[in-house]
Design a protein around this ligand. Structure first.
Ligand code: MG
Length: 390
């Protein structure tokens, strides 16, 4: 039995406000979409995940799925219904038995919830999770109540909605062919083409994040969880210096900055990443960069310093620790760093999967004092806060 998942994340997310679509906003240490993707990629029965993304969202999507191999993406259509149809078609070459279609903006779906839908698919061709309605529901026209509906038989539909693959594929194909558009969930498509839709219990936590307030509340809940799960707050700092040599660029925070000199060192001499690596290692008492990557070892010659940072970060993660913030100051008389600060921040946010709001990178000169003032080299200082379980 083969189960595919289609994650629908093509919406512009404009209701949430903010500078990015809501699926690319951070809740704690991950974007909304990353939480959603991890819920499915970590489920043992789901063997394929297709994400339907919006046009122009390719770079945000690549950052959100960094390091995940099983996820593929297709570009969505003009409506949710059309995006779902495209996502379902993208699954067709691998011929799954079941497909789960899930909103990218429901990041807190549990494995138990996914299990309930898959279990019910063994005896039903269409399964949706639902929640009882707690408010009394009024049917109105022109601002006047026409009828009070019996809420005992009313439910709100959640996702993942599960289907026998070929059946929902046929229903979507038929809906597109007959221009039956504007159906707001896949169960509506199934119902319109005669499929019987069975319901299973949804979950309150499996709510859809729609507004900026929803994102704020999710962040407050995440912070409260952090406080109870990782109460051990530690600070680490790192300091690094490199001298200039003849060259054509310097590397800072994983970004290559054109310059008529380079920084001399065994690796790519990314002074900022070295300071940051030492700061993380310092916070967890794991020695320094030289402990893990001896400069005498030829395999690190010319190596990108991202390798060192990844090692420090994985040691932190192995302790179930979390990076809370990063603050880096670069000391240099040249080259001019300010035009590159934004690219450097993006590169770090992507590598560490950290909300850019938790990263600060600053640059200063030494007012021509000392060796750095004489342009003999540059330095970087990094401070990090990490949270660890007790
Ligand atoms: Mg160094």
């Amino acid at each position: 039995m083969k189960v595919a998942a289609v994650i629908v994340a093509a919406g512009a997310g404009i209701r949430a406000g903010g500078e990015k679509p809501k699926q690319y906003q951070y809740v704690g240490d991950k974007t909304v979409l990353r939480w959603t993707l991890e819920a499915f990629t970590s489920h043992p029965l789901v063997s394929q995940v297709i994400t339907v993304i919006g046009q122009g969202h390719q770079s945000e999507y690549q950052a959100a799925k960094r390091g995940m191999s099983v996820v593929e993406a297709v570009e969505g259509g003009a409506t949710r219904q059309e995006s779902c149809r495209i996502g379902i078609e993208a699954c067709a070459p691998s011929a799954p038995d079941f497909v789960l279609i899930h909103d990218g903006a429901r990041p807190f779906v549990s494995h138990e919830m996914i299990d309930r839908v898959i279990d019910a698919l063994h005896i039903n061709a269409a399964v949706i999770p639902v929640m009882p309605v707690s408010d009394t529901i009024k049917f109105t026209q022109n601002g006047i109540v026409q009828q009070t509906l019996d809420r005992a038989s009313l439910f709100s539909a959640q996702t993942p909605q599960g289907f026998h693959f070929e059946k929902i594929r046929a229903a979507h194909t038929a809906a597109a062919a007959t221009k039956n558009a504007g159906l707001t969930d896949d169960a509506s498509v199934a119902e319109a083409y005669g499929m019987k839709v069975c319901v299973v219990a949804g979950e309150p936590a499996n709510r859809k994040l729609t507004t900026m307030q929803d994102i704020t509340i999710a962040n407050l809940e995440w912070s409260a969880r952090q406080l109870s799960e990782r109460p051990d707050v530690r600070v680490g700092q790192g300091l690094d210096f490199h001298v200039f040599a003849a060259g054509k660029s310097v590397w800072l925070c994983g970004v290559e900055i054109p310059h008529h000199k380079k920084l001399k060192g065994h690796s790519d001499a990314d002074v900022a990443l070295h300071a940051l690596t030492d700061a993380i290692l310092g916070a967890i008492g794991e020695g320094d960069i030289g402990t893990h990557f001896p400069p005498t070892d030829p395999q690190w010659k010319g190596a990108p310093s991202a390798i060192f940072l990844s090692k420090a970060y994985s040691l932190l993660r192995a302790l179930n620790g979390q990076l809370a913030n990063v603050d880096i100051t670069i000391l240099a008389e040249e080259p001019k760093i300010s035009p590159h600060l934004s690219a450097m921040k993006t590169a770090l946010a992507n590598q560490l999967q950290l909300d850019p709001k938790r990263i600060a990178i600053k640059a200063t000169t030494t007012e021509k004092m000392g060796a750095i003032g004489r342009k003999e080299g540059m330095a970087a200082h990094a401070v990090v806060t990490v949270r660890l379980p007790l």
